[in-house]
Design a protein. Sequence first.
Lengths: 638, 267
Amino acid sequence: MIQFESKIPDGPLEDKWENHLEHVRLVGPRNRPSYDIIVVGTGLAGASAASSLAAQGYRVHVFIYHDTPRRAHSIAAQGGINACKNYREDGDSVYRLFYDTQKGGDFRAREANVYRLAQTSTSIIDQCVAQGVPFAREYGGMLANRSFGGVLVERTFYCRGQTGQQLLLGAYQALEKEIEMGRVILYNRSEMLDLVKIDGRARGIIYRDMVNGEIRSIAGEAVVLATGGYGAAYFNSTNAINSNGTAIWRAHRRGAAFANPSFVQIHPTCIPVSGDYQSKLTLMSESLRNDGRVWVPRDKNETRAAEDIPDSERYYYLEERYPTFGNLVPRDVASRAAKVVCDEGYGIGQTGYSVYLDFRDAINQQGADKIGEKYGNLFDMYEEITGESPYQQPFRIYPAVHYCMGGLWVDYNLETTIPGLYAVGEANFSDHGANRLGASSLMQCLADGYFILPQTIGDGLQPMFRDKVDISHPEFAKTEAEVRDRIQRVMSIQGDSTPLSIHKRLGKQLWNECGMSRNESGLRGAIAEIDRLSEEFWTNVSIPGDADDVNPTLERAMRVADFLEIGSLMCRDALTRDESCGCHFREEHQSEDGEVIRNDEDFSHVAAWEWQDEDTEQVRHREQLVYEAVQPATRSYK
Amino acid sequence: MNTSQGESRTSISVTVRVWRQDRGAKKGRFVEYDAVDIPIQASFLEMLDILNETLVEEGIDPIAFESDCREGICGTCGLVVDGLPHGPEQCTTCQLQMRNFEDGAKITIEPFSTGAFPVIKDLVVDRKSLDSVIQSGGYITVHSGPKPEPNSIPIEHEVMEDALDASACIGCGACVAACPNGSAMLFTSAKVNHLALLPQGQPERKTRVRKMVDTMDEEGFGSCRNYGECQASCPKGISIKYIGRMNADYIRATVFDTEKRGEMHAT
């Protein structure tokens, strides 16, 4: 059975991280080059971790399925990154950022981790500015800030609507430098398909060369997974086309506990679904809610164009229901409110499932130029896709799957339940509880990659000196053979169902039953339906082409096979968490006005699932959450 | 061009003439496919998704093409559509919309292939030569760790906006594919200018521009002859003014730098 030792250091909350650093084991600079560290993924967490570890002197092997590290989906993050610099003197502090994150997450995150995140946040801005990240500046030359949902201060740093791109390019450039120096070896177009364990420890991975289909092994003293979330299980999501959960799922099947799989963030402001053909949903940054106002017509049968509807006949439902936070309530609250008004019949557009996000007032007050400077690229992007200009008429938006708070369980060192296997960024579960605040994922990725993992990884590595293995160890050949068999099995079915069609049907189940609103019978139905889809996949999937060629259909099939298993676990996690909290809205547990009702007595814990085998369901363990600095309160944004 | 305002069509049918090339083959060929009854709100790549899905159903190896974010920011997608990199609009291929095509149109689709971008399969090319240019100097050398307070070095608003215009490059390679000489000057100059505009980028400014320009030549990119096709095809609207400024920086770093005179670049 797995031991859940969170390794939270002793001492007062504000001193824990420093105390920990004073006692963590280190690897000396002269010994570092003899350690091989495998990093999978080069988004913000992976690229920052890999470049930092390489700069310390470790030999780092980086794996990506993209052609270049700069393509990772962190690049698409738009609005900004949080840091409690308190440049605005508006009451921000480490404690305030810590508290906002805990409250935003509906008190389902580990205190010590979240506090460390808030402490580290200011260093991230310093680091990125030194790297040349062009954060917006005011006319006096000082860094500019804006606000995001769920907070009452302005602590978000940004580069127009392309903050993720600029931060990722900073990390990518640092990584490219290390490649040039020979300390990072890049394996591009290489997809991790399994983890190799020797004597209980992660000692390498198996990967597929996506150009010629070869299955290969690599050995190392540690494996770092920075492969992002599994939101693409829903098929329609704001994730990239290739985003997938295979690396973390394969690690789970080798023994890494999977925490809170049902905690998935549905982002309120996305371009609505228009048809079955759609390959992805496009996010419109939360920063738009700084100046945009969300509303629907008060008349369910409204036929007038938005601009012809007078204020008195507009239902600004967020401002009315949540006067203190207004349009800047957290994402879970905003998404659910949109769903509720649309379910009630107030929604607009052909499907009735969208709402307005209106800049009319902001443009009147600040001028179109000023609004263009803040959000220009988002307005242009919306117009490119929909053919409508938000300068003239409101955005039409609806919630879409965006981010996974759940992920691999990690301890304070970011190590999973498999020694030597680490998870950073969205791939782990650690900091956001049951709902993530906007502009906090970039913060967490860079905190993990630049500042936390490089200082904690030595603790597990130090004892490994002179304990190297290489790929001649029989465990590599054995795991390689399992991967080849699995590919062979998928290729040989030659049925009638395309992987895409199965993925879409899985997505529909998850969206309907494990999305913004969940209930027991729906979840049970979804689990049965997903079982049926798995059965169909393994008996009737069809894949043309060869396994030893560029074969995107095969790549998708392997990912869909894992999504089916992930989806099933998500539903079981949602079913067993018999309370509402944050994004996890169980219809059985709501107040009269439709707000979540938490059950701290029974569910103030992390659910961590342990893999058994093909025929036995995972076992649900719990890590109790201990609150010392804050007392969980009923979340109110009214 | 049609836009969605007043759009009465619900679907569109087109014929695509697609470049198909087996992995490892030296030559390829055009193959025609009919994409029938494509929803009018579909994007260009969604049209290819639908076409590919029908090919998979028929057991035919689908057309290999790359894309990832489909939001116009990751730079993965890149197709030459009717002779133009990223097609007729100034956006990435993934942001091209079917409503902007005529019903019954015959659309030719080719890879972003130039000397420095060899074809891997069908429409997929290898653009690692662009990474090599960045590797040679497209960064500011800093380690992770404590840094000076950023507001201790004020940066003028307009300078920062200029740097951001340059750093908006998504590394898609359309500029190279559009250039009759296959030059990567727009790509390289965007990074050189982004970093040269910032105070933090000054210490490595001269070595950076020298190394990046030299690497560009070594990687097989052609020279710039001021055709301006790069700017016209850039989905992020990056200006060729950056090429002029990079040339000035390059001359400063070579000709006017007395210690570096011996290494002067032969042009």
